[in-house]
Design a protein around this ligand. Structure first.
Ligand code: 5AD
Ligand code: SF4
Length: 461
């Protein structure tokens, strides 16, 4: 039976919203019999779920389309090729002109229409749908089956908010994902309950500006992200909650209090600052200063002392001087990150900063990026080392690298390798950190004398 069912392959680039959307595309096509393909080579439908945030990300779609064109010529196969995501939204029909191999272009607001768009494409049309949804897009998305959820593991994303009204001068998101829209509380609760019933233990609430969430509550009023978190924390069986990505200006008092009150809310916060220079922050239209950010971090840490802070930085924004960059290094040192993402400024067509004077030389951008990355890597390692000997809860999610090991995640999102706890994926177990690897922690179940063998197993095999 299965052999004759059409196979779908979605290749996602960029942010976690795309990972979530890829699952929604699979859910939308499941009623038409689609099952997952192993890759491009055995797929009947290939969807490239693209990212437009930086030039490099954007160009990846065209290299992949080149490879698909070659594969089609060499094998004689003719899968339907669709371009989805933010490049689809930004470039629309231009993609069809630039890449004749593409049969269909669909923006993030139209995935619920995928089944009919695919039928149109198979009939020889080359449909383009980049309309911004006027109706409730969230309401019309298909729900996954329990089997599909189980296949995706014990952690899941749930989109609660989409779009952005902030208009940072470097960013395409307000143009590709549209205006801020929040999903009603009842839908989020229902989706989370469905996930938990099928075995999910950890849910990450997603939004481009998630702390600006203000969705309709069951009482007809707007609920804040904090209120939503308190509500979700009541769901039995749900062990962990996270949310990402936040803007410093929307970290409301009630959200900070939620970090103090909710044991299920993990002590980890992704709070991008982008730059440590007030002049650059103003030019970026961030609407806060470096001191505002540091004060905010201090308040959040007062509420949740073990909080691990993560962030994003852009180096080489137009007009950035050596002194501005030194201020970025200074704020990174002061805020003491547990991890951070660092990017070279990439001019995006249509955004205000793209045409500004004072574009920074590429070589200088690289130099600054490397210096900042070195600092962040050192901070990340120092944070990991600070955990050695401490007890942490580990959510087990997959078999370990070696026999007798099982792997999971710390509250701070680090991968953890554990030795023989006799537990299975989905369990949260208390463990003591015994050692630190380049990208993961080693741990032993709390009270287990075999602790130190975790690292030995790593080197012995
Ligand atoms: N160039 C470089 N980095 C960018 N980001 C967003 N737009 C750009 C750009 N034009 C980074 C920001 C943001 C993250 C998702 O991507 O740091 O927080
Ligand atoms: Fe882009 Fe985030 Fe700024 Fe919105 S707040 S414009 S998504 S960087």
């Amino acid at each position: 039976m299965t052999a004759s069912r059409p196979k779908l392959f979605v290749k996602s680039y960029g942010c976690q919203m795309n990972v979530y959307d890829a699952d929604r595309m699979a859910d939308a096509l499941a009623p038409d019999g689609y099952v997952a393909a192993d890759g491009v080579d055995d797929a009947d439908v290939i969807v490239l779920n693209t990212c437009h945030i930086r030039e490099k990300a954007s160009e990846k779609v065209y290299s992949e389309l080149g490879r698909i064109r070659k594969m089609k010529a060499e094998t004689g196969r003719s899968p339907v090729v669709a371009v989805a995501g933010c490049v689809a939204q930004a470039e629309g029909a231009e993609i069809l002109r630039r890449a004749p191999v593409v049969d269909l272009v669909v923006g993030p607001q139209s995935y619920q229409r995928l089944p009919e768009l695919l039928r149109e494409a198979k009939a020889g049309g080359r449909p383009v749908d980049t309309e911004f949804a006027v109706e409730d897009k969230f309401e019309r998305l298909a729900a996954p089956t329990p089997k599909a959820i189980r296949g995706r593991g014990v952690t899941a994303f749930v989109t609660v908010q989409e779009g952005c009204d902030k208009f940072c001068t470097f960013c395409v998101v307000p143009y590709t994902r549209g205006a801020e829209a929040s999903r009603p509380v009842s839908q989020i609760v229902a989706e989370t309950e469905r996930l938990v019933a099928a075995g999910v233990r950890e849910v990450t609430l997603l939004g481009q500006n998630v702390d600006a969430y203000h969705g309709e509550g069951p009482d007809g009023r707007d609920w804040s992200l904090a209120r939503l978190l308190y509500e979700l924390a009541e769901i039995p069986g749900l062990a962990r909650l996270r949310y990402t990505t936040s803007h410093p200006r929307d970290m409301a008092d009630d959200l900070i209090a939620a970090h103090r009150d909710l044991g299920k809310l993990m002590p980890y916060l992704h709070l991008p600052v982008q730059s440590g220079s007030d002049r650059i922050l103003a030019a970026m239209n961030r609407k806060h200063t470096a001191a505002d950010y540091l004060r905010l971090v201090e308040r959040i840490r007062a509420a949740r002392p073990d909080l691990a802070l993560s962030g994003d930085f852009i180096v080489g924004f137009p007009g950035e001087t050596d002194a501005d960059f030194e201020a970025t290094l200074a704020i990174a040192r002061e805020a003491a990150y547990a991890s951070a993402f660092t990017f070279k400024y990439s001019p995006r067509p249509g955004t205000p900063a793209a045409d500004r004077a004072g574009q920074v030389d590429e070589g200088l951008k690289t130099e600054r990026l490397l210096r900042l990355q070195a600092l962040i890597t050192e901070q990340q390692a120092a944070f990991a080392r600070s955990l050695v000997g401490r007890r942490i809860d580990v959510l087990l999610d997959r078999p370990g690298r070696h026999p007798g090991q099982i792997a999971g995640r710390s509250p701070y999102l680090q991968p953890v390798q554990l030795v023989g706890p006799g537990a299975e994926a989905g369990d949260v177990i208390e463990a003591v950190v015994t050692d630190v690897g380049p990208n993961s922690l080693f741990a032993a179940p709390a009270g287990d004398a075999r602790g130190s063998s975790a690292r030995l197993a790593e080197t012995a095999i």
